[in-house]
Design a protein around this ligand. Structure first.
Ligand code: D61
Ligand code: MG
Length: 395
């Protein structure tokens, strides 16, 4: 898979129907991380995946809305897929930030019905399964690690499965991509576990708990205890254990990406993955997860978006950040298990490529420095030239 192809949206929105234009506007309004990579997909996939995103974002906006009572929310989630074939259905009582995709759902369902039947079938099927899965954990906590995998399957693994079936149905990717759904599931779970680990404090503030009890109960009486100053050391050990659990998925994610042939689909799948491993590295052994929001540096994110265009480069990025984690494993009861997970991930990321993080700032300083040197040289050569002539004249 060759050549660096920057991720630039390549669709002129003005050429689209008014409802499709609205859909791309809603995509940009509701997704910081997926809008650009979706808009840079090849034509055949772009609209289908844009609509797939908006339909599931609408469903998730119902799930996330803590002001909707459970007895109203459960049937809404279970029946949500039926709204795709009801031109008038909309929901005006959400208080969520992304409520526009519910209030103007008719625009989204119109474009859904304009898609090829095979794409409609996949989107409807995933929407039905995700709605049902979300109701399971409305009334049940995430206790075991198996239940953590189950929840992340419902809200993200199913996205990976749906996307892989769309890729195969478009024939831009081989059928194996749409058949080996265990790998597709793990691609989604890796992204969701990263989000859940990073968003501990944000979720706690909204009364949401997604960390598995099987792990946090080893470090505190209640999950919220981990935010207490006096529990910081235990909290960071719990954090490191969850991150190592997510790192176990790297070998299968690499295998999934190794099968992709279409450049725009590769970029679309690889960029969220490398952003996730960089985020896990920032969170690893980092007490700030319990006091604020941990983010990767803009410069680094841009560099990864520009670099993650073939498998060897993606392996190099995965290797770079997993290696940084392995180097920072603190001594403790989990250190050997965390180390062995890192080493097996590093094993799958072996490549001749190398990824060097230097945020864009050093080059900036460099160029500023060089600029100054050039001006300095200019200035001094003028001075010396002048003295030279003096000396010459004096000579
Ligand atoms: C390749 C393989 C698997 C992939 C993939 C590419 C791209 C995306 C995903 C899997 C799913 C990523 C999920 C991680 C982000 N988590 C969320 O957005 C949570 O909501 C999950 C339920 C709605 C899923 C929405 C979605 C996201 C990305 C898509 C997509 C659908 C459809 C197509 C393409 C990309 C999270 O929501 C955060 C929020 O509310 O802002 C939550 O509520 O837990
Ligand atoms: Mg949600």
């Amino acid at each position: 898979m060759g050549g660096v192809k920057a991720v630039t949206p390549n669709c002129d929105l003005m050429l689209l129907s008014p409802t499709l234009q609205k859909c791309y506007t809603y995509l940009k309004m509701t997704s910081r991380s997926f809008a650009a990579v979706i808009q840079s997909l090849d034509e055949e996939m772009r609209h289908a995946i844009c609509i797939f995103y908006l339909v599931l974002r609408a469903l998730d906006t119902v799930e996330d809305d803590m002001t909707i009572p459970v007895d109203v929310k459960v049937p809404m989630l279970k029946e949500f897929y039926k709204n795709l074939t009801d031109p008038d259905w909309r929901f005006m009582d959400s208080n969520e930030k992304d409520k526009i995709v519910l209030e103007d759902f008719p625009a989204i369902s119109t474009e859904f019905r304009n898609l090829r039947r095979v794409y409609q079938h996949v989107i409807e099927d995933i929407c039905k399964k995700m709605g049902l899965g979300m109701t399971v954990f409305l009334e049940r906590d995430v206790d075991s690690l198996a239940e953590w995998d189950e929840y992340c399957h419902y809200v993200a693994g199913l996205v990976g499965i749906g996307l892989s079936r769309l890729f195969a149905a478009s024939e831009l990717e081989d059928r194996i991509v749409g058949q080996d759904l265990d790998l597709a599931n793990k691609m989604g779970i890796f992204l969701q576990k990263t989000n859940i680990i990073r968003d501990y404090l944000e979720d706690k503030k909204e009364g949401r708990e997604f960390w598995p009890k099987e792990v946090w109960s080893k470090y505190g009486e209640k999950l919220s205890d981990l935010a207490r100053e006096d529990k910081r050391e235990d909290a960071v050990e719990c954090l490191n254990e969850l991150i190592s659990n997510a790192l176990e998925l790297i070998p299968d994610c690499i295998l999934y990406m190794s099968r992709l042939k279409n450049q725009s689909i590769f970029n679309f799948c690889a960029i969220p993955q490398v952003m996730a491993i960089a985020t896990l590295e920032r969170c690893f052994n980092n007490p700030s997860v319990f006091t604020g929001v941990v983010k990767i540096r803009k410069g680094e994110a841009v560099k990864m978006m520009m670099t993650a265009s073939d498998l060897e480069k993606v392996k190099a990025i995965m290797y770079h950040f997993t290696n940084k984690i392995e180097q920072r494993i603190p001594d403790g009861p989990n250190s050997s298990s965390i180390r062995s997970i890192c080493l097996s991930a590093l094993d799958q990321c072996q490549t001749s490529e190398e990824f060097i993080t230097s945020s864009i700032y050093p080059p900036l300083y460099m160029s500023a420095g060089m600029m100054l040197a050039a001006i300095g040289y200019q200035y001094w050569s003028q001075i010396l030239g002048f003295y030279g002539t003096l000396s010459e004249s004096s000579s």
